[in-house]
Design a protein around this ligand. Structure first.
Ligand code: BTN
Length: 270
């Protein structure tokens, strides 16, 4: 007989699909060794009519995209870079819920599989301690009143070496002090996404918002949100059903922000 001493931790489609047992998520998987961005491929597949649940994964991206026009470092075989096509029957203004749902899913999957306390910083940064380990980017193809499809992009720093990480970032390997099997983690992310997506389809936003609130580090803090043209300061009091962050300024007025970068200034003294 033969003994399997090691297997390469590649994200091949058959490895991902092996014992995945999902009904909707990753029913089709496109695997690439290198791409510009998995978002570009998934958006194109979406336009061509790819079914809900179609997954695009790549071992590296030459033009990985982050939020707010930033880039996403995607070193080869080190991270998880995926884009997922979903076709929920929702209005475009509800789409941010799927971003929150994805952040919740990544957080839960990391907690379950890696046993570290991942948390969420609004809107969808996944943190360990104060450092970012993952991020979500969503792109929409929609009409005025209905979504055609949404592409959820997820990037996770898995086996990135300490010295290759930018300031403010971390990787699961750095946090755990050991190499992390990427396929098993990716499968956990996909299964958790499915559970939460089916929950959202059945019960709408409330259970997702509840999970988000229990995992987030932003609410209750004094924050400064830097948006495109201005910045807003105050206490982060809640998120609403659109995924917007509600901030109470020092005059007591509550303002809502839908996008931006957040700086946590500390706990509210009360
Ligand atoms: C962020 O800025 O926090 C979002 C990062 C999203 C990165 C992922 S990696 C897979 C997918 N393809 C991309 O080009 N970006 C997303």
């Amino acid at each position: 007989g033969y003994k399997l001493v090691s297997c390469p931790d590649k994200l091949f489609a058959f490895e991902i699909r092996n014992h995945l047992n999902t009904k909707v998520i990753a029913t089709r998987v496109y695997y690439f060794d290198a791409v510009t961005s998995t978002m570009d491929i998934a958006m194109k597949l979406g336009i061509e009519g790819a079914p809900e649940g179609t997954l695009v994964v790549a071992e590296t991206q030459t033009k990985g995209k982050g939020r707010l026009g930033r880039s996403w470092a995607s070193p080869k075989y080190k991270g998880i870079y995926l884009s997922l096509i979903l076709r929920p029957k929702i209005a475009p203004n509800v789409a941010p819920m799927l971003t929150l749902l994805s952040a919740v899913s990544v957080c839960e999957a990391i907690r379950e599989k890696i046993e570290v306390e991942a948390q969420i910083k609004w809107p969808n940064d996944v943190l360990i301690g104060h450092k970012k380990v993952g991020g979500i980017l969503t792109e929409l193809n929609a009409q005025m009143d209905e979504i055609n499809f949404i592409v959820i992009g997820i990037g996770i720093n898995v086996n990135n070496e300490k010295k290759a990480l930018i300031e403010g970032a971390t990787s699961l390997k750095k946090e755990k002090g050991q190499e992390i099997p990427r396929v098993a983690l990716l499968q956990e992310v996909l299964r958790t996404l499915e559970v939460n997506y089916l929950l959202f389809k059945k019960q709408g936003s409330p259970p997702i918002l509840e999970k988000w609130r229990s995992l987030n580090v932003t609410l209750g803090k004094m924050v400064k949100v830097v948006c495109r043209h201005a910045h807003i300061e105050g206490e982060a009091v809640d998120i609403d059903a659109d995924g917007g962050l509600l901030i109470r300024n020092d005059t007591g007025l509550i303002e809502k922000v839908m996008a931006g970068d957040i700086v946590h200034a500390g706990n509210v003294n009360r």
